[in-house]
Design a protein. Structure first.
Length: 397
């Protein structure tokens, strides 16, 4: 299959992006340092020796933004480790926002006081994704190693909401979630707009360490299929960002059935680590290249089905229809109308459009209730200081 529309010699235009299957996104892990103690993550305190702590420089991330923008990336997710422990995070976000790259922050929430929320809004963050491990406050705080973190997240969400920033809960499918039916009420009480489930990972091969051999995320295939069915049953009760069709795709993956939707990692989606190496996704051991060589890197479209990493597999379902349109236009330009029709009228194209429609309802509701950002408050959070031992934003790593 083919794509088209990207200009040579400069960043693609808006039309060029549309003709090439839509904008892409990248996740950039700006540090491998974390301040939490999650049992199911290898970034956790005590699991990675300080001698191996690494962080990207501001200058390196600035260069990465320039290259990624030229490659059609318009959504940039800042992650870690704990990205808020990086002293230049705000500068990095501001630079990405100035390039119109729609910065998103993924965090454990421990450093989100009022001042931090206001700083993020001023720098251009549109969505904050906060990890939540359970429907139960005590279970969540214990796994994170931060007493009082649950309430701090609730206070941060209230402030982020006042500032017009969307709040997404990221819940790892783990044994810490004992009652999926109780999640909607718990997350609504914390002030979240929507929820995305992270699929459990026990092994990765890149530098990314958000996995563990912990029993909390070890499941048999049939057991994990049932968890996905439980998630699907929650959809009428709370906005869940994982498309139904993507959950079905993961069930097929677990049952070793043929996948329907090719993963777009390496074509539209990428992972950049703190060394500024570019990977097609978290799974692969070998990077594509350094960010400084990435402008000349060819897109990868090999219908990979090796993993079930939600942040690549879910959007691959959503963007399939846009890529199919791009392929159809490419076939027409080459005088292949039958192949163009085959790309457009594939059943998967319709299912992808349905998945897009499924996700639009929460966005419409959020925009209706979105309020203008009030002026910065003079005081800091009334929830008190961060938990003991937690670094402040900007503290040296």
């Amino acid at each position: 299959m083919e794509s088209s529309g990207q200009q040579r010699g400069g960043p693609p235009s808006t039309l060029g992006l549309l003709l090439s299957g839509g904008p892409g996104f990248a996740q950039i892990a700006i540090t491998n340092v974390c301040n939490a103690r999650c049992d199911f993550c290898s970034f956790a305190v005590g699991k990675l020796e300080k001698a191996h702590f690494r962080s990207a420089t501001y200058e390196g991330v600035r260069d990465a933004c320039d290259v990624l923008f030229d490659k059609g990336i318009r959504y940039l997710t800042f992650t870690g480790g704990e990205p808020m422990a990086h002293p230049r995070l705000l500068d990095m976000i501001a630079y990405a926002a100035a390039k119109r790259m729609n910065p998103v922050l993924v965090t454990n929430g421990s450093l989100l006081d009022d001042r931090a929320c206001e700083d993020l809004a001023e720098r251009g963050v549109q969505n904050v994704v906060i990890s939540v491990d359970s429907e139960d406050e005590a279970t969540h705080d214990l796994n994170r190693g931060f007493p009082g973190l649950w309430r701090r997240i609730g206070a941060a969400n209230r402030r982020l909401g006042d500032l017009g920033i969307a709040r997404t809960a990221s819940v790892t499918v783990s044994r810490l979630v004992r009652d999926y039916a109780a999640l909607p009420a718990a997350l609504e009480g914390l002030g979240f707009d929507n929820l995305t489930f992270s699929y459990p990972l026990t092994a990765l091969h890149s530098t990314y360490l958000s996995y563990s051999s912990s029993k909390l995320v070890e499941y048999g295939s049939d057991e994990l299929v049932e968890r996905f069915r439980e998630i699907q049953r929650l959809k009428p009760r709370f906005p869940i960002m994982n498309p139904t069709e993507s959950l079905n795709e993961m069930i097929r993956h677990l049952r070793k059935e043929k996948s329907r939707f090719p993963c777009l990692a390496g074509h539209k989606y990428f992972f950049v680590d703190w060394k500024l190496d570019v990977y097609r996704c978290h799974y692969f051991e070998t990077p594509i290249c350094s960010i400084y060589e990435f402008r000349d890197a060819a897109p990868i479209r090999d219908h990979c089905d090796l993993c079930m990493i939600d942040c690549y597999r879910d959007p691959s379902v959503l963007q399939y229809s846009a890529v199919a349109l791009s392929d159809a236009l490419g076939h027409l330009r080459r005088g292949r109308p039958l192949r163009a029709a085959g790309a457009l009228f594939d059943r998967r194209t319709l299912d992808s459009l349905r998945a897009v429609g499924e996700g639009m309802s929460w966005l419409t509701r959020w925009k209706r209730k979105k309020r203008p950002a009030p002026a910065r408050s003079a005081s800091s959070s009334n929830e008190g200081p961060p938990p003991a031992g937690t670094p402040r934003p900007g503290d040296p790593l």
